[in-house]
Design a protein around this ligand. Structure first.
Ligand SMILES: NC(=O)c1ccc[n+]([C@@H]2O[C@H](COP(=O)([O-])OP(=O)(O)OC[C@H]3O[C@@H](n4cnc5c(N)ncnc54)[C@H](O)[C@@H]3O)[C@@H](O)[C@H]2O)c1
Length: 365
């Protein structure tokens, strides 16, 4: 393998462009080709000085790529990733791992069968803020989780919905596109989710997919969480609008979006402030805020560094297909709860086996 890994970006849309920009800043990898049938893709490739291929079969035939980033609409994740893995090309696959549980299970089987690295792009897990919060929570800083509240107000402009997949049931909608990130983080911090309740609405936009949802989660280890998400509601209280992860796309407002209230202390994110009582908890006494240490870094760069390590040396992906599929199981339960108006148990038992990488669903994080 040459010194710098030749990477193809498949899908030159919103997040594909972020990956192209990120690759330009990396020393261990470089952009070798784009794959996108649309005119915009050809223009971006010309600007970057790389070939633009019409489909993944042409990319594989070309031999241009040692690794690939799949940043295409959700329903294409399985066929494109399967073709790449079977050709021996390691894949960084954007979240969600697939548009459905059935596709995700098929992808797990292909990854297990081929043994070619597959990393799912839950990029926030690479963020030093998340690493610091995970460390603090697992060191007992907040005690046991009692309740968590997560806000995600993401008022998207009308142009966003010109891409038909974003308003198509089973392919788009803020549960699959955005809430999957929050589910992934909550599972990462607090372990598996036992049951869910939910209400979803599409009254603001009138698309077949929901635009707004309110969700309640019960963790297997105890503790409750409430999540509010909307792609039509205005407000800065969302991870994307406060964490400063992708300043080229989103401004970073000085607010928090996640609040974890434990038996010992509270923690807010992304500001990473721990709120501790002096002595025993007592709602009449002032809490002391302390910002936890963290050296900021770009999670998309850190994700690509991790991917480069997998391409060169193999090993366990930080987010495997099996791990990411557990997020889809939770999302399916949320959809079912919203449709039936009932609490729905989260059944991870079909995934509860050791993967080749040693990740064991159901064991907590
Ligand atoms: N991790 C993140 O921060 C993040 C952010 C946004 C989107 N995403 C995920 O990335 C994926 C893409 O989202 P987006 O918002 O960039 O979409 P988008 O619609 O902006 O772009 C998708 C691109 O893929 C191209 N495309 C479609 N089918 C293709 C095919 N078969 N082969 C090659 N190219 C094809 C389209 O022409 C388009 O340019 C989704 O899975 C989404 O959930 C992740």
């Amino acid at each position: 393998m040459s010194k710098r890994i030749a990477v193809a970006v498949i899908g030159a849309g919103a997040i594909g462009r972020t990956h192209v920009d990120t690759l330009a800043r990396m020393s261990g990898l470089h952009l070798a080709a784009l794959v996108d049938p649309a005119e915009d893709g050809r223009a971006l490739a010309a600007a970057a000085g790389v070939p633009c291929l019409p489909d993944v079969a042409a990319l594989i035939d070309s031999g241009l790529a040692q690794a690939a980033i799949v940043a295409t609409p959700n329903e294409t994740h399985l066929p494109i990733s399967e073709a790449l893995l079977r050709a021996g090309i390691p894949v960084l696959l954007e979240k969600p791992v697939a548009e459905s549980l059935e596709s995700a299970r098929r992808l797990i089987a292909v990854a297990d069968e081929t043994g070619v690295p597959l990393l799912v792009g839950h990029h926030r897990r690479h963020n030093p803020i998340i690493r610091a919060a995970h460390q603090a929570i697992h060191a007992g800083a907040i005690g046991d989780l009692v309740m968590a509240t997560v806000n995600s107000s993401l008022a998207k402009p009308p142009e966003y919905f010109q891409a038909p997949w974003r308003r198509t049931k089973g392919a788009g909608g803020p549960l699959l596109i955005n809430l999957v990130h929050e589910i992934d983080l909550l599972r990462h911090f607090f372990g598996e989710i036992a049951s869910v309740q939910a209400v979803a609405s599409h009254h603001r936009r009138g698309f077949p997919v929901e635009d707004t949802a309110a969700v309640c989660l019960q963790f297997a280890g105890g503790g409750l969480a409430t999540l509010s998400i909307s792609d039509a509601a205005v407000g800065p209280w969302a991870w994307d609008l406060s964490a400063g992860e992708n300043m080229a796309r989103f401004p970073a407002h000085p607010v928090s979006a996640h609040h974890y209230a434990g038996s010992r202390a509270g923690l807010s994110l992304p500001d990473l402030v721990l709120w501790q009582p002096q002595g025993a908890p007592d709602w009449t006494r002032e809490l002391q805020p302390r910002r936890l240490d963290c050296i900021p870094a770009d999670p998309y760069e850190l994700q690509l560094e991790h991917f480069a390590g997998l391409v060169r040396n193999g090993g366990a992906p930080l987010v495997s297909a099996r791990d990411a599929t557990a997020n889809l199981v939770v999302l399916d339960a949320i959809r079912s709860a919203a449709e039936t108006g009932r609490a729905v148990a989260v059944d991870l038992s079909p995934l509860a086996c050791e993967s080749e990488t040693g990740f064991n669903i159901g064991s907590g994080s």
